[in-house]
Design a protein around this ligand. Structure first.
Ligand code: ADP
Ligand code: MG
Length: 499
């Protein structure tokens, strides 16, 4: 694609607006519950229904979560910010306005950097400035597909606390957006600020995108994309919209300023509002609410309680446990998994082995059962014990995998009254799984294997050296995997000589 002179190409410019539902029990200005999936219109009261005379009372838990997120993204938290009414008409907005923040938001001037190593899909790091983070309440939900000729309205969501994060237009590709969002979500989860469930609407991303000739400063006319319900959806929608804008420009047209809805099924975008419509929300300070005051003490207390964030944890996993970047990335993707790893590594004293076990069979088992690490029945102490049994040579690695499987079965097995996890040592003892290095026993298996295969023995003696592996396999089979392989190899050589 080239500009009008035909001697330069265009680059995409992207900025995001991210709505995050705060993990509180109660709504932002009334004590109704915020749970997802309750019967429609059951979590409502005069305040969130906007009945005359009902007055909002601020939920301080929500403020604390918003401050926590603001600090984690390096924003300046303002001790004084202002609630504003954003006025518009919609059936799912009973008050006729949304309480938000406009001219004086809670926090401004942040930044969040993602290193290329930190998430997959990045060639180089991205550094994105965060213009502001403000607090607001959510609207209700209009349900268009429930009745044939009417729209249903569920007001349970109305008044749910949100933060809106607005970035500067610092992204240059849809891939950067996806990678950055993935890292942002990780941080929000580590902070326990939100459950970030996109399907349930607790994380929503709108993307603004324009094109400009490479090397030029001024921004082009942007469109705004809405209705994406996954990060890959955001990436696809942007890719499609960038191609559309490129076409418009290539054919001599001009990109119109408009809001577009992503249609996931069709994989395209369609206009939601005409370019003529410019919003006039008639923002003004809410007369029912005093300005939001956040004391220096609260800000510092929240800062002091910030957990170690994913990037710091990845760096520490690399240094403290000598893990490769890849392992550190996988193991820190979610906080419970990182805790699980760390417990196992410390208890076993074998950080690399712990990583191998968790990235391999343990994660596979967690995924197969759809379990988070903190609900996984095999606890770090038991996994560490298993690793220890392998290190000491009590069992070999294959038997150990089997033991892991048995621990899982014992914990989740049907019919068990109170499923108890057996320790690896219990299982090894009860089932006689310990590695056998006793020469007498090994000789017996070797005798059996060799006399069952006289032809192979003859071929080996004539020089077919690779048959050694075959004999090893036969002996291991007879031992049900328990024979000490080093010892078997030594005895086989003793018995057969070199080929
Ligand atoms: P609006 O006035 O349309 O609300 P804002 O300046 O408030 O626009 O920005 C809203 C979002 O759009 C921000 O995330 C910002 O980074 C992004 N943005 C603004 N202008 C552009 C542009 N020309 N191209 C791409 N993104 C933009
Ligand atoms: Mg704006």
């Amino acid at each position: 694609m080239t500009d009008e002179g035909g001697d330069g190409s265009y680059e995409p410019v992207i900025g995001l607006e991210i709505h995050v539902q705060l993990r509180t029990k109660e709504k932002l200005f009334c004590p109704d519950h915020t749970g997802f999936g309750d019967a429609p219109n059951t979590n409502v009261c005069p305040v969130c229904l906007g009945l005359p005379g009902a007055l909002p009372i601020l939920n301080r838990d929500a403020v604390e979560l918003a401050v926590r997120a603001s600090l984690a993204f390096d924003c300046t938290v303002h001790q004084h910010s202002v609630w504003a009414r954003k006025n518009y008409f919609y059936p799912d907005l009973p008050k006729g306005y949304q309480i938000s923040q406009f001219e004086e938001p809670l926090a401004t001037g942040g930044t969040f950097r993602v290193e290329a190593d930190d998430v997959s899909g990045l060639d180089e790091s991205v550094d994105i400035r965060i213009r502001r983070i403000h607090m607001e309440e959510d609207a209700g939900k209009s349900i268009h597909d429930r009745f044939e000729s009417a729209t249903a309205v569920d007001l349970n969501r109305t008044g749910t606390p949100l933060i809106e994060m607005v970035t500067e237009p610092d992204f240059r590709s849809p891939g950067q957006v996806r990678a950055w969002l993935t890292a942002v979500k990780q941080v929000l989860e580590y902070l326990e600020v939100s459950d970030c469930n996109m399907e349930e609407g607790s994380l929503r991303v709108d993307a603004n995108v324009s094109l400009r000739p490479v090397g030029s400063e001024p921004l082009g006319t942007k469109t705004e994309l809405k209705n994406m319900n996954s990060f890959s959806g955001v990436e696809r929608a942007l890719t499609v919209e960038i191609a559309r804008q490129q076409d418009v420009i290539a054919t001599g047209g001009q990109v119109a300023h408009q809001t577009l809805l992503w249609d996931e099924r069709r994989g395209d975008v369609r206009p939601m509002r005409s370019k003529e419509e410019s919003h006039d929300y008639r923002y003004f300070p809410d007369p029912d609410l005093p300005p939001l005051k956040v004391s220096e003490d609260l800000i510092e207390a929240v800062r002091a309680r910030l957990p170690e964030l994913p990037s710091a944890r990845r760096a520490r996993f690399r240094e403290e446990y000598g893990l490769p970047s890849y392992d550190a990335g996988v193991l820190t993707a979610r906080r419970p998994l990182a805790d699980y790893y760390e417990d196992t590594a410390r208890t076993s004293g074998e950080p690399k082995e712990a990583s191998n076990w968790i990235m391999g069979p343990v994660l596979a088992a967690m995924n197969a059962r759809n379990l988070e690490a903190d609900d996984f029945p095999v606890r770090p102490a038991h996994l560490a014990e298993l690793i220890d049994l392998v290190e000491k040579g009590t069992i070999n690695r294959n038997v150990a995998k089997d033991v892991l499987g048995r621990m899982l079965e014992a914990a989740t097995g049907e019919g068990a009254e109170s499923p108890a996890v057996k320790t690896p040592a219990d299982i090894v003892r009860e089932e006689g799984l310990a590695t056998v290095s006793d020469a007498g026993q090994l000789e017996a298996w070797i005798d059996d294997a060799l006399s069952a295969h006289p032809e192979e023995v003859a071929r080996f003696r004539e020089g077919e050296a690779r048959l050694k592996g075959f004999f090893m396999g036969e002996v291991m089979k007879r031992s049900r995997g328990k024979a000490d392989p080093g010892e078997v190899a030594r005895l086989l050589t003793e018995r057969l000589g070199k080929a």
